[in-house]
Design a protein around this ligand. Structure first.
Ligand code: DGT
Ligand code: CA
Ligand code: CA
Ligand code: ZN
Length: 599
């Protein structure tokens, strides 16, 4: 860990303590330590590695020295995690706004209940910030401007947005003479649901030409830095792009390093040290002689030590006795142990999906006819599909009541007759009503092959009530798939407040599958919850919730999300053929649920 990162962590601790209105002496200790480290020219990690006494530095006491040691050795500070758990996570973002410090953030939280930037924007627009003592109109304007800046400069981009913004730039770079290889690394390659910035690696005959190509791209708004082997720009959309020119013999090592995650890299570095090796973005090096300690710092000195071939990722991992690890797994959540045990999962792939079972048609809020969705699914090679329009509680989209649903079944029968190439299942996305009952008569539920139950209303219920509501819905014997279980919309709406562990336990008990809603604005369930679902043996269904034919292609995002939760085809019901899929949904051991033949 570099000084700049240590400083960032200690600063955050100080901010949190200040929000907490902790003892001023304690806060000052952190601010002073930050000042000391900022003034210290050489890396503290070297001192730590040499076992030096950090308390000899000005204003570093015993406790602070321990903190620094923990940070350098583990990359984390447990105390920060504890502090962060006590304060709404959005509050920390407030402190980063110009015009708001920890004191103001605290006041906004206490007086106006502000817990996030969204909250702050709302109350500022209502003029309520100006009315607070010590704020005033000027501060309020400053805050609103700060929020706009924050949005354009630091907000994270959803993967789907990036996939729209990136292709023109990539094409432009690939067309640049002298750029012979290009890969997007970073969180984008790990397929994280949101990305902070884009990290592009290239092989280029001439680093300057590559840099000029990026700077000259038509979508560039500003150049953050250009020179040497790294160039950073900001696109007009606000998305930052870092381009790095890499030597060919270091390609694999650079790809590993810049794909991350940081946690993965830290573990990798430790593993190298255990083998008397040193891994960096330039390669894997042997550390000559016995003394490991004094060599640690100088990463990037390509001439030092003998180089273990670092041209490919495989070679880098092999040098550390590891199998190649899929980028989605590089989060230090067990991938090293799994590799050692020869037990890396055989992750699900897009081509494993044999049917999509959540989509809408013009019967409710879809854009095209039922038949158009059918032909679109058939064109994608699916063996089966389910039409799942909304139920009547969603009045604004004219959801279906029993009579309309019966008419839809007639249409399904007609369309099926002319489309033998794909099996059309009768489905519905049935609303979970406020009291947890389902928005369709039992008799009609009996006639459906696929029953998705979803929350589309009363998102704001408090936890106990919301959890009870969902548990009741899950217990219905005809509930088969829990659709977009937390209801979140990335960067826009938070999840409903439920005890997710209770809910996943109930899904396991009632054999209700959880959906991975593939829409890149939802990606619901998210990776960590899916992980838990897998542990509990809850079946999973990956769907697109398509409202138009082209949205059927969003399935890749759901698959990537599933991979990030270590899912294999066995965990996912719609990787099975239609009979296996239906059997999986009907797999009851509970209540009166029986498999209902489609016709
Ligand atoms: P992002 O951009 O916030 O979505 O996340 P990343 O993972 O793309 O992070 P970024 O862009 O800051 O850095 C790209 C990669 O470079 C990251 O995944 C791992 C590597 N990296 C960056 N900083 C560090 C570091 O301090 N230590 C180590 N070991 N690796 C780092
Ligand atoms: Ca990045
Ligand atoms: Ca970056
Ligand atoms: Zn829905």
């Amino acid at each position: 860990m570099e000084n700049i990162e240590i400083v960032r962590v200690l600063d955050e601790v100080a901010d949190l303590l200040e929000i907490q209105q902790a003892n001023p002496f304690r806060i000052r200790a952190y601010r002073n330590a930050v000042r000391t480290i900022n003034a210290h020219a050489s890396p503290l990690r070297k001192l730590v590695e040499q076992g030096a006494d950090l308390t000899e530095l000005p204003s570093i006491g015993k406790g602070m020295a321990e903190n620094i040691r923990e940070l350098v050795e583990s990359g984390r500070l447990a105390m920060l995690d504890e502090l962060a758990a006590e304060i709404p996570p959005g509050l920390v973002d407030l402190v980063r706004l110009s015009g708001v410090g920890p004191k103001k953030a605290r006041k906004l939280w206490d007086e106006l209940g502000v817990e996030s930037i969204e909250d702050l924007e709302e109350v500022a627009k209502e003029g309520r910030v100006a009315e607070l003592p010590g704020f005033g109109l000027k501060t309020q304007d400053l805050i609103l401007r700060g929020i706009r800046n924050y949005r354009t400069n630091t907000a994270r981009f959803r993967l789907g947005e990036v996939d729209e913004l990136l292709p023109p730039l990539i094409e432009h770079l690939r067309a640049t003479p002298g750029i012979t290889r290009l890969e997007v690394a970073g969180s984008y390659r790990r397929r994280k649901e949101t990305v902070g910035d884009i990290d592009i690696l290239v092989l280029a005959e001439d680093a300057h030409a590559a840099s000029d190509a990026l700077v000259g791209f038509s979508g560039v708004e500003s150049v953050i830095g250009a020179g040497g082997t790294k160039t950073s720009i900001r696109l007009r959309s606000g998305l930052q792009v870092d381009l790095r020119v890499v030597p060919a013999e270091s390609w694999g090592a650079a790809l590993v390093y810049f794909t991350g995650s940081k946690e993965h890299n830290i573990r990798l570095r430790r593993r190298a040290l255990d083998r008397k090796l040193r891994v960096s973005e330039y390669g894997v090096f042997e550390i000559p002689g016995e003394s490991v300690g004094d060599r640690l710092g100088e990463r990037g000195v390509a001439s030092e030590g003998a180089m273990v071939p670092g041209a490919s990722e495989e070679a880098v991992y092999r040098a550390l006795d590891l199998a190649w690890i899929p980028p989605e797994l590089r989060t230090d959540r067990g991938e090293f142990t799994a590799s050692d045990a020869g037990a890396l999962p055989d992750l699900v792939e897009r081509s494993d999906l044999r049917g999509d079972v959540h989509m809408h048609s013009t019967w409710s809020d879809g854009r095209v006819s039922l038949e158009a969705m059918v032909t679109a699914c058939a064109a994608r090679g699916y063996e089966y599909m389910a039409i799942t329009d909304h139920s009547k509680a969603l009045a604004m989209v004219e959801g279906l009541d029993a009579a309309k649903l019966r008419r839809q079944w007639e249409e399904i029968e007609q369309v099926q007759a002319t489309h033998p190439e794909i099996r059309i299942l009768r489905g519905m996305e049935v609303d979970i009503l406020r009291d947890g009952s389902l928005d369709l008569e039992d008799e009609m539920l009996e006639g459906l092959d696929v029953v998705i139950i979803s929350v589309h209303s009363f998102f704001g219920l408090e936890r106990a009530q919301q959890t009870a509501r969902v548990l009741k819905a899950l217990s219905h014997p005809r509930s088969m798939i829990f659709g977009h279980p937390t209801g979140r919309i990335l960067n826009r709406r938070g999840p409903i407040d439920v005890d997710i562990d209770d809910i996943l336990h109930a899904c396991a008990e009632f054999r209700v599958a959880v959906e991975v809603n593939s829409h890149p604005n939802r990606l619901d369930l998210k990776d960590t919850h899916l992980w838990r679902a897998r542990e509990l043996g809850v079946p999973v269904v990956v769907t697109t919730d398509a409202h138009r034919p082209d949205e059927l292609d969003l399935a890749r995002y759901g698959i990537e999300q599933a991979r990030r939760a270590w899912l294999t085809p066995e965990h996912i019901l719609n990787t099975r053929g239609v009979d296996g899929f239906l059997a999986g949904l009907a797999d009851a051991g509970y209540g009166s649920r029986t498999k209902v033949p489609s016709r």
